[in-house]
Design a protein around this ligand. Structure first.
Ligand code: HEC
Length: 262
């Protein structure tokens, strides 16, 4: 009796060992984000959103300007989408929280525009959303609409932006110029938002549940290493920031090794 019980237990144990890891991975859900206020200050993202909006206005002043700036405008519009997603879901009041759903939609419209007329048409709703502000709705206002954590922007465009940001941050570390600190902190904050949004865009992940778990881990890590960089820059810690920039680069490489091999 004992032997057969032992066998049963062994058998059950073995099948659980085989099945459980697979079940666990198959059920992998996107990890819940940490409190966003523990990652980066909302004010830096709000400032960068305003800078993007100003840039759009310049790029859409006339057709010639648009022709020259169209690529940058597309990258920045896609980035503003994820910045809006993060500000709308932010756990503290901020100037663009109430406007975030409208801002996200307008930025999506701009990001998709294929010509000057379409881009120009998207500008007015975007400016209207930016102008809503806390004055009209109160600083504690909830987002005016629903904002889900889901794929919202073009991954390719966000990656191009991440490359530009990464380059700026790396060259910024060399001089660590006091006058550049706010800008560098904003760039790291935006990279954090890109990482957070990347968690939910799993279209490059195949059917293997283990790959899905890897994706969540690497994208969350992108967010967290960028948030650490933002904190080091705000603390004016050159050694810490330089180390954080190296960690950002390692994360890019680690993810590309699995999901975007050359
Ligand atoms: C979580 C995984 C992940 C992380 C982290 C990641 N990438 Fe990517 N990257 C991808 C995937 C997947 C693609 C292919 C996406 C596509 O083409 O739609 C890609 C594509 C790219 C491209 C090519 C874009 C294009 O369309 O030309 C560049 C450049 C890039 N990544 C830069 C970076 C940089 C810089 C970082 C770090 C700051 C980074 N990536 C971090 C997954 C990642």
């Amino acid at each position: 009796v004992n032997t057969s019980r032992f066998r049963q237990t062994l058998g059950l144990g073995l099948s659980l060992t085989l099945v459980l890891p697979w079940c666990g991975a198959a059920l992998a859900e996107p990890p819940a984000p940490p409190k966003l206020s523990t990652l980066v200050p909302a004010g830096e993202l709000v400032d960068q959103a305003r800078l993007y909006a100003q840039g759009f206005e310049t790029a859409l002043a006339n057709e010639k300007e648009y022709a020259e700036d169209a690529d940058k405008l597309k990258k920045d519009a896609n980035t503003l989408i994820v910045v809006a997603l993060v500000l709308g879901n932010y756990d503290q009041p901020n100037d663009l929280k109430a406007a975030a759903p409208a801002l996200l939609k307008a930025a999506q419209q701009l990001a998709k525009a294929k010509d000057y007329a379409a881009a120009k048409a998207a500008l007015a709703p975007l400016q209207a959303a930016m102008a809503t502000g806390p004055m009209a709705t109160g600083p504690d206002a909830k987002p005016d609409g629903e904002l889900k954590w889901e794929k919202v922007a073009s991954q390719g465009q966000l990656m191009k932006q991440a490359t530009l940001i990464n380059t700026k941050l790396r060259s910024g570390m060399r001089r660590f110029d006091a006058k550049k600190m706010d800008e560098l902190a904003r760039q790291a904050a935006v990279l954090t938002a890109i990482g957070q949004a990347t968690v939910y865009d799993t279209h490059e992940v195949g059917d293997d549940p283990e790959d899905l778990a890897k994706w969540y881990k690497l994208a969350a890590e992108m967010r967290d290493v960028a948030a650490n960089l933002n904190a080091q820059i705000r603390a004016r810690n050159k050694a810490g920031a330089t180390d954080a920039v190296a960690k950002v680069a390692k994360n890019c490489e680690a993810c590309h090794e699995v999901f975007h091999p050359e």
